[in-house]
Design a protein around this ligand. Structure first.
Ligand code: 13P
Length: 258
């Protein structure tokens, strides 16, 4: 079976302004292109407003871009919301939904996240759905049940509506985000394997990625862990040099394995 490209998703959160995003594109889009290979896919997720820059200046790019959220609704009187169709029109191939920062700060529910996934699927955007347990849940051995409770409403909704979609599931334990700590290989493998079992039961086409303190020091350990097909990178993706090193470290590991 052909190995799928390893997926690098840069989540810029609200760290770069419109102008800073424009500068990044101007300075680094050629180099980003050069990092893309048949084994490496790169997706940049800037703020909503910066997406138009990518649409304008990166039309023939080999890398992709995506948003960090979308509305649960198709259209209508929803002040401040951004619809999936507009994201598609802005060239988004992927969109992150259900990030723990949104679940926590905006009380997003699993049901709302399932509706967001449906909106994206209808417009042909691949949802990157974030799930993960808190430190307390991790310490009390609840990882598997928390992941199932976050994933099941999504899988039920998607299969009930018979919407054909590919999903990217990002396992992001909350205790690993911004902490410099990553799960050990056996925890990561067990968590991904529990997610895989659920997705397989619902016959979904998917990719499993990991997020939380991915950087130049942790990438090799993470990308060599069984079942990891990509990474979601926060702070280390803001600096092009760091992002490039992370991608290159993965590529040299990949080449050694061949
Ligand atoms: P860090 O890579 O900064 O830990 O952030 C992870 C994250 O939240 C990506 O979505």
């Amino acid at each position: 079976m052909k190995k799928q490209p390893f997926l690098f998703v840069a989540n810029w959160k609200m760290e770069k302004s419109f102008q800073e995003s424009a500068l990044f594109i101007r300075a680094h889009s050629q180099e980003l292109n050069a990092l893309v290979t048949q084994h490496t896919e790169i997706v940049i997720c800037p703020s909503f407003v910066a997406l138009s820059l990518f649409m304008q200046h990166c039309k023939s790019a080999l890398f992709s871009w995506g948003a960090q959220d979308c509305s649960t609704y198709f259209a209508g009187p929803y002040t401040g919301q951004v619809d999936a169709l507009s994201l598609k029109e802005l060239g988004c191939r992927y969109t992150i939904i259900g990030h723990s920062e949104r679940r926590t700060a905006y009380s997003e529910t699993n049901e709302q996240i399932a509706h967001k996934a449906m909106q994206l699927a209808h417009t042909g955007i691949i949802p990157i759905v974030c799930i993960g347990e808190t430190l307390q849940e991790f310490q009390s051995g609840k990882t598997t049940s928390v992941l199932a409770s976050q994933l099941l409403p999504l899988l039920e909704t998607i299969t009930r509506k018979e919407t054909a979609t590919e999903l990217v599931i990002a396992y992001e334990p909350l205790w690993a985000i911004g902490s410099g700590t990553v799960p050990n290989a056996s925890h990561l493998k067990n968590a991904l394997s529990s997610i895989k079992t659920l997705l397989d039961a619902y016959c979904i086409t998917y990719k499993l990625i990991y997020g939380g303190s991915v950087n130049e020091q942790t990438i090799t350990r993470i990308c060599t862990t069984e079942l990891v097909q990509g990474v979601l990178i926060g702070s280390a993706s803001l600096d092009f040099k760091k992002l490039k090193n992370i991608v290159s470290l993965h590529q040299s590991t990949y080449n050694k394995e061949q």
